[in-house]
Design a protein around this ligand. Structure first.
Ligand code: SF4
Ligand code: SF4
Length: 442
């Protein structure tokens, strides 16, 4: 690996080596890790929950087996038996060759969807262990090029795709022209700071337009920040705490600078868990604001009677729950409340909510070109679910899931459009009378 992200933003200053990797693995080993490896009963139940294992049939993709480098270090250095074996030279060594081989297991065949963690009978959080193992992989120089590039760009430019404010400004200009509304920028003291993901800016510009229209309709005070508009956290995906903390801190700094009460994560699953759950631990202190996913905010506005819709979608619509939102964060009912506002023919996938199947693209898999065949293999589980209920359109609320659904359905010649939930709600807003609009503007 020629370049690796560092908290300084200088890839050249990061001589990542096996020694640093081994030290990072050791630093990740704590009581819960010891309990994990001690309590695993090797039942294989986790395998039956992993789309990468199920759709390839290859035993090497069994979730617990993906953690072998970390387990070897724990067994050799943190157990009595391992230490004794070490004196006799009997322990298997973790080498660069082994870590090269494991790169595919730790990155390409795990979207960190957490379904394995949900079903493990002894409560082992396998996806959290994958996250820990990635710390050692990065530090030893064994992370995929696509994720390294995304992390370096995120540190250096603020965006994993290298987007700059001027790109967003062009989009804002289009939205203001087409809606006649103002997209607020750098407004201090407002209720909500809206963050975006690069994928939304590039692939789904309708998302920001939908927010602009909904928030105007509901009378919400909000803003974008020129200081920081990107919520995607490439540090979480690649598995580097320093980078992850740096990116969270940028969001916090922007929110504090504007004195907002709440920060809204975009329709991006891992950006949400990064800012909502991991962020305070990463930066070592609580936020002076609340963090919500946009779907949570829309549901709060719905419950407060501030979103008025008219007309219903008559198509047969189904819903893909992003893993980070539903399984990891318990945001399940909110999207259904919103669907009920606008969809009269809503059909659930048979396994949904906490138990839904991953689309296969999360956890950095979609940023890793080498993982493309595995990503499409994992999608077959979602494809089978969709075929079971035969929707005319799919709805979701994560830009990565949406892209994977669109690409996967296209790949398998399934003519099923995919729509974002925020945008669907915006399409049904009751138009305000001109008098009301004038009143709202004062
Ligand atoms: S389900 Fe849990 S106990 Fe069973 S093999 Fe997997 S990690 Fe071990
Ligand atoms: S987190 Fe998901 S993709 Fe990763 S091993 Fe577990 S079930 Fe498989």
């Amino acid at each position: 690996m020629s370049a690796t992200p560092s908290s300084t933003g200088s890839p050249e200053s990061s001589p990542f080596t096996l020694e640093r990797g081994l030290a990072a693995f050791r630093a990740e080993i704590d009581g819960p890790v010891a309990a994990f490896f001690s309590s695993c009963v090797h039942c294989g139940v986790c395998a039956q929950s992993c789309p990468f294992y199920l759709e390839t049939g290859d035993p090497k993709y069994t979730p617990i087996l993906k953690l072998e480098p970390l387990r070897l270090i724990w067994a050799a250095e943190f157990t009595l038996l391992g230490r004794l074996k070490g004196f006799l030279g009997l322990n298997k060594q973790v080498t660069d060759e082994m870590l090269s081989e494991w790169e595919e297991l730790i990155y390409d065949s795990c979207s960190m969807c957490g379904r394995c963690s949900l079903v493990c009978p002894v409560g082992n959080d396998i996806q959290a262990m994958v996250r820990k193992t990635r710390e050692g992989m990065v530090a030893s120089g064994h992370a995929p090029e696509g994720l390294i590039g995304a992390s370096v760009r995120a540190v250096q430019t603020g965006s994993p795709m290298g987007l700059q404010w001027k790109t967003l400004q062009v989009q804002i200009n289009h939205i203001e022209t087409s809606t006649g509304l103002t997209v607020p920028v750098d407004q201090a003291g407002v209720d909500y700071l809206v963050m975006l993901s690069s994928m939304e800016v590039i692939n789904f510009p309708e998302y920001l337009e939908a927010i602009t229209r909904i928030f105007d309709h509901a009378g919400v005070s909000w803003t974008l920040s020129t200081q920081c508009f990107e919520a995607t956290n490439a540090g979480i995906q690649i598995g580097n705490k320093d980078v992850a903390a740096l990116l969270v801190q940028r969001v916090v700094d922007a929110a504090v600078a504007l004195g907002v009460k709440n920060v809204i994560s975009p329709e991006c699953g891992h950006a949400y868990t990064a800012i909502r759950w991991e962020g305070p631990n990463l930066i070592g202190r609580p936020y002076p604001f609340h963090a919500f996913h946009i779907i949570e905010v829309l549901d709060q506005l719905r419950a407060a009677g501030r979103i008025k819709t008219e007309g219903m979608e008559t198509d047969r619509l189904s819903l893909h729950d992003p893993c980070n939102l539903a399984r990891k964060s318990g945001v399940i009912q909110q999207q259904r409340n919103l669907m009920d506002l606008v969809a009269e023919n809503f059909i659930e996938l048979k396994e949904h909510g906490r138990f839904q199947w991953c689309c296969g693209a999360g956890g950095g898999v979609s940023s890793n070109e080498r993982a493309e065949p595995l990503k499409l293999a994992a999608f077959k589980m979602k494809k089978a679910q969709i075929e079971e209920v035969e929707p005319e359109r799919m709805v979701t609320m994560c830009a990565t899931c949406r892209t994977q659904l669109e690409e996967g359905l296209e790949h398998f010649n399934m003519d099923i459009p995919v729509v974002g939930l925020t945008e669907l709600i915006a399409e049904h807003l009751v138009e305000r009378e001109p008098a009301e609009q004038a009143e709202g503007a004062t």
